[in-house]
Design a protein around this ligand. Sequence first.
Ligand SMILES: Nc1ncnc2c1ncn2[C@@H]1O[C@H](COP(=O)(O)OP(=O)(O)OP(=O)(O)O)[C@@H](O)[C@H]1O
Ligand SMILES: [Mg+2]
Length: 347
Amino acid sequence: MAKRIALFNHKGGVSKTTTAFNLGWKLTELGHRVVLVDTDPQCNLTGLVLGYRGATELESFYGDHPDRNIFAGLVPAFESRPAPITAVECVEVAQRPGLFLLPGSIQLSEYETTLGIAQELTGSIQALQNLPGAMPFLFDMTAEAHEADYVIIDMSPGLGPINQNLLTTSHYFIVPTAPDFFSVMAIDSVSRILPKWQKWAEQASSMDILKDASYPFPAPATKLLGTVVQNYRPRRGRPASSFQHWIDELAQAVETILIPAIDGAGMLLPGAEYEKAGVSLSSLNLVQIPDFNSLVAVSQEHQKPVFTLEPSDIDHKGTVLEQMLDNRDQFNGLFEDLATKVIQLST
Ligand SMILES: Nc1ncnc2c1ncn2[C@@H]1O[C@H](COP(=O)(O)OP(=O)(O)OP(=O)(O)O)[C@@H](O)[C@H]1O
Ligand SMILES: [Mg+2]
């Protein structure tokens, strides 16, 4: 069965989507098949992967392929259709064989309220018993159809019922962060919410009605792989001091607040596993990724990650080109390191 890895932080703009895309790409470079799932109704990952530039082109994708998105895939469960959930035909990423996208849908938000009611686990669960297990079921079917080893789940920023479901039904999760004040604050609330969600999932998975559903709610077993610190501005290869301050604060919050909170909820791997993968037990940091700077524009233009850019993609010469290629190699090393740790920790 494919491993489902969720990228979760309710704080917005901390590189969840960027990390999902780059990690997924790197995993395929290392020989794995990957389905990226866009569960954010804002559909940023879908926009990134499809590389469509105008609204009309995106519109024609959804118009021409109304069944090829997450919302459409869930319709059988949420609209109580007699036909069962089946795999969604993903979009293969143009320049990356083995990397697929299960596109997002703005309509997914329509299911937030219904799923929320189901997840209250009160009287109405009778009629809604097929909802809590629907998303992991859909991802499994879709991964199987594409022979994927990994499902990378890009989540929206928020603490709603859909995210509660996605997080508790994943096998692993990663917390992307940015080195700033609000990211440190966010670690605080993530630490409070995760144990609550875990407790809820334990209760849900123990209920016969959810065990006997067409799409049974899986027993929660999600584990934190680690954090990613992204988008800081380096000075001579090291984070600038104002960023270093927030990186240290983040590490401190993870060590003193997050780790104790989720350890109690059974959401950590055994310490030896982190050590074996070269992940510090105190910060659980997987990687620190600097600002892509001038490579961002080139990567967007060519619709591929910064670490895959070729000299012919870059419209510069001489030392500027050399500097950019040096940076590319640095990012390549960092994402390879991240993907290698993810593989090791999830094996
Ligand atoms: N290392 C980086 N260097 C430069 N820009 C970056 C880097 N990482 C992310 N970005 C940019 O930062 C912005 C936010 O990143 P991204 O969309 O991945 O965050 P997110 O957590 O998914 O946001 P949201 O919560 O809105 O879904 C994007 O414009 C992205 O291109
Ligand atoms: Mg995003």
